[in-house]
Design a protein around this ligand. Structure first.
Ligand code: PRP
Length: 217
C-alpha cells in the first residue's frame, strides 16, 4: 500500500473551529484528540484518516494555506478578502453569516452621498480601500484599528467605520446605523493551489461530501 501523506487543516480559533469540527463530524471525520480541552497540544491528528488539524488566529489561516503549511483552511470571508492571499476559495460553509458594512451616525450619510474626503476607521483597511477607491471612486483616509471599531465615530476619530455587522446590537447600543452594505460574509473553505493539484482526489472528495451534506441539511 502506498504511504499516504497527511492532509493538514488550519482552522480559525474559536467558534469557527468548533463549527467546522461539528460539520466534519457529520460527514464522518472526527478528531478525538481535539476534544480534550485540557490538552496543550497544538496539532491534532487522526492517524486512521491521515489528517492533521491545527488552530490559528483567523488572519493567519490564509498565510498558512498560501505557503502550503496547511493544505486546507477554514476562515471567515472577511479574512479571505482582507488578506488577499494566493489560495483557492472552494466552499461556502454557510455558518458565521454576517455583513461587511459602512456604518456611522445617520448624519454621515450626506458625506457618503457627496463623496466627501472622509475618515474611515476599520480593522479591515484593504476591504475599506477596495470599496471606497475601486468601487465608489471616493478618496478617503483610512485609519486602521484593531477592535472596538465602533468607538471611531463616537470619539470623533473617524466619520464612519467599515466593520462586520451580525445582529446589529453593537451599532444600536451606540447610536450608529448601517449606511451602506459592502458584501455578505460567512465561513469559507480555502485550499492551497499546489495541494489542489497534488491531492486532487482527496480534496475533491472532501469538498463533494461537505457540499452534499450542506445542501441536504
Ligand atoms: C464584531 C464586530 C462588531 C460586532 C458586530 O466585533 O467588529 O463590533 O462584532 O456584532 P453585532 O452586530 O452582533 O453586534 P467583535 O465582537 O469580534 O470584537 P472587536 O470589536 O474587538 O473586533
Amino acid at each position: 500500500m502506498s504511504e499516504e501523506r497527511y492532509l493538514t487543516f488550519a482552522l480559525g480559533k474559536g467558534r469557527l473551529a468548533s463549527k467546522t469540527m461539528e460539520l466534519l463530524e457529520q460527514i464522518g471525520i472526527t478528531c478525538e484528540e481535539m476534544k480534550d480541552k485540557s490538552s496543550r497540544k497544538l496539532i491534532f491528528v487522526n492517524e486512521e484518516l491521515k489528517l492533521r488539524f491545527f488552530l490559528a488566529k483567523g488572519p493567519d489561516v490564509p498565510t498558512y494555506v498560501e505557503y502550503g503549511a496547511a493544505d486546507i483552511g477554514v476562515v471567515g470571508r472577511d479574512t479571505v478578502l482582507e488578506e488577499n492571499r494566493n489560495v483557492y476559495e472552494v466552499l461556502d460553509l454557510g455558518f458565521g453569516k454576517c455583513r461587511m458594512c459602512v456604518c456611522g451616525p445617520q448624519e454621515a450619510e450626506e458625506l457618503l452621498l457627496h463623496h466627501e474626503r472622509i475618515r474611515v476607521a476599520s480593522k479591515y483597511p484593504n476591504i475599506a480601500r477596495e470599496y471606497f477607491y475601486n468601487k465608489k471612486h471616493q478618496t478617503v483616509d483610512i485609519i486602521k484599528l484593531n477592535g472596538s471599531v465602533e468607538l471611531g465615530p463616537l470619539v470623533e476619530l473617524s466619520d464612519v467605520i467599515v466593520d462586520i455587522v451580525e445582529t446589529g446590537g453593537t451599532l444600536r447600543e451606540n447610536g450608529l446605523d448601517v449606511l451602506e452594505e459592502i458584501c455578505p460574509l460567512s465561513a469559507r473553505m480555502i485550499v492551497n493551489p499546489v495541494s489542489m493539484q497534488m491531492e486532487t482526489e482527496r480534496i475533491k472528495d472532501l469538498i463533494y461530501r461537505m457540499r452534499s451534506h450542506l445542501s441536504s441539511s
